[in-house]
Every structure is written in structure tokens, then in C-alpha cells.
Write a protein that binds this ligand. Sequence first.
Ligand SMILES: NC(=O)c1ccc[n+]([C@@H]2O[C@H](COP(=O)([O-])OP(=O)(O)OC[C@H]3O[C@@H](n4cnc5c(N)ncnc54)[C@H](O)[C@@H]3O)[C@@H](O)[C@H]2O)c1
Length: 351
Amino acid sequence: MKQLRVAILGQGRSGFGIHYNQLRKDVERYKVVAVADLIPERCREAAEESGAKVYSDYKDLITECHRDIDLLVNALPSNLHVPVTIEAFKYGMNVVCEKPLARRVSDFDDMVKAGVDVGKTLLPFQNSRFQPAFQKILDVLSSGVLGELVHARISFSGFARRWDWQCLRKLDGGNLLNTGPHPVDQAVVLFGKKKSNVFARLVSKNPYGDAENFATVTLWAPESPTVEVVVSSFMAYPQGEMYNLSCTTGGLSGSLTELKWRYFIPDLAPEHSRSEGWSDNRQYCNEKLTWVEESWKIGDDQPVFDIICARFYDDAYGILVEGKERLITLEQVRSQIEVMEEAHRQNPDLI
Ligand SMILES: NC(=O)c1ccc[n+]([C@@H]2O[C@H](COP(=O)([O-])OP(=O)(O)OC[C@H]3O[C@@H](n4cnc5c(N)ncnc54)[C@H](O)[C@@H]3O)[C@@H](O)[C@H]2O)c1
């Protein structure tokens, strides 16, 4: 089995906590050979365990190690995703880039082109796409039992105060660019291939930062579902479940670990004919539908986050080594960035 040689830029929550932590469990397919972080202490654990070379300046890692690396993971702060990914491509490496890939479509196009120019692959780390619950939602929708999707609401919200760099606009922080790429990615998939209109409200009420800590984005178009995303840091009482789908013959509701859905079977439902007359006996339309109820629960053998990271790197290996198709297409990521760029355009105080 081919073992890919990997370098990770950034050894923070993502670079160490997500990427190194996953790759250390998949040693047959991946070997971490170099890590970089401004804070050398943050490289110690990975270096001691894997023997990876340590760099404080990511540029030194790229210039010195590029010939020895099959895959570079860009887990640097968000404002460094575009320039460093393009630089890595110029040195001929495949790149896994953390979200947000970019804040502007033109930057994303430049990243993609830089990879295409040297025949290397860009793998956007849209890990939430691999969420078992989201994949289950897609399965239920495509089975057709719920009929046509009319409205979906995805809420990645809670009550959370923040005071780190993710509150700063100059580093591409804020709820939209930080948490937003997860639900907006899912919203784009639910919405489908058609171009969406966007309505967005961003609000900043954070004494410790200048980026928004409330974001709502709605995708809509005639003849398409309306898909609404909420990323609020002010939701003290969760308003319903994380996912709520309304469809023509039923609906679905649930979280990352549990889903339930119910639907009626049109052929078995009472038949009516359209009536343009006034109410019968001043009564409302009333019927008894027989609901079919179903549910899904994640197995409790592994935390959800571990599952989605393992699936991402499974997929990455398949793409890089076995020539498999991408689950996350670059067109979908481009649409997600287009939505977020439009959301910023509608809220110019928070660009
Ligand atoms: N996909 C996910 O689920 C997920 C989760 C967390 C973070 N992220 C993303 O990962 C990225 C990093 O976020 P984080 O939470 O790990 O931040 P963090 O603050 O925990 O870590 C950032 C690290 O980058 C290092 N760094 C900063 N500038 C550097 C430079 N010029 N050269 C070398 N090292 C440098 C810092 O020293 C720090 O250790 C962000 O873009 C964030 O959006 C994604």
C-alpha cells in the first residue's frame, strides 16, 4: 500500500487536534514527515511521536521539504489559506486546505488554477459533508418518501462567547467564515445545482472582536427549495433541532446523532377534489393522515468528529492514489464561497 508523505502547516486546534490526530491513526496510508508552527512548542508532540521535522516558518518547510512531500495540509489561520495553498502548488504538492477555502470566488478560482497548472489536487477540508447524519438525510431525501423538499433549516448555533482570533475580520474570522462553511456547504448540496439567490443578515455584538457572531443566510430561487442557515452565538435555548426539513409528503428533524422522519403515502391517503365553495359547516379542512414514522441513531462506538475526519482521509486517499471520484466537488465549494461572498456584500459593515 502506498504511504503518502504529509506535512502539516499549523499545529493548533486543527493542525494538531484534527489533522495530526487523524493521520497518526492511519499510519499504513499516511506518514507525517514535517510540521510547522510559529510556536515551536506546539510541534513537539507530533515531532516526538512521528519523527517529523519541525519548522517555525512554514515557508522554510515548503522550500526545504517539497520534494519529499506528497500532501501538504494547510491548517494555518484562515487568512493564509489562499496565499499559502497557491505557494504550495507552485512547489508541486497536493494540498488539503482547511475551511474557509477563500472569502472570494476569484481567490478560490486562483487556487484551483494554481493546482491545475501543475497537475496537483486541491482537497477542500469540508469535513461536515461526511457527517453520518447529513449523509443519512441525503439518503432519505433521495429515497423519495418525503416527496419534494420545500424548506430546510440548518442551525449550527448555541450560546457561546468568544475572544480568540476567530472574532477578527482581518484574519477572516466571524461566524460566517468560521462555522458557516459547514452548514453552507450542506445547504448548497440540499439546494441543488441551480444558482441560488441569497438573503443574508450578519450581526456583530461581540465586545472582544469586530466580526459577526450572528449570521443567517437563506438560499432561494423560483421552483427550488428554500434553504436557511443559522449560525448564532446567542441561542440560549436551541430552537428546534439542528436540521429541520419540510417536504411535500412529510418531514425530518434531528441532530448529528439522531434523526426522525415521518411521511404519508399519497396512494393510501383520503382523496379530495378541489372545492371553490365556502367552508363546509364553517369547518376547516380536516383529515386523518396515517404517518409512517422512521428514525436513525448513530452507533456509539466512535465520536462523530472522529468518524468524519477518518472518512475525509479515506476519501482523500482514494482520490490521490486510487483515482476515485470526489465526494466534495470543487463546483460545490465554489458555490458555497459564492454564497458567503454575497452574504458579505449584503452586509458591507462586516466585510
Ligand atoms: N474543519 C474544522 O472542523 C475546523 C476546526 C477548527 C479549525 N478549523 C480551521 O483551521 C484553521 C486553524 O484554526 P485553529 O482553530 O487550528 O487555530 P489555532 O489558533 O488553534 O491554531 C493556529 C496555529 O497557527 C499557527 N500559526 C499562525 N500563523 C502562522 C504562520 N505564519 N506560520 C506558522 N504557524 C502559524 C499558530 O501558532 C497556531 O498554533 C482555521 O482556518 C479554522 O477555520 C477547521
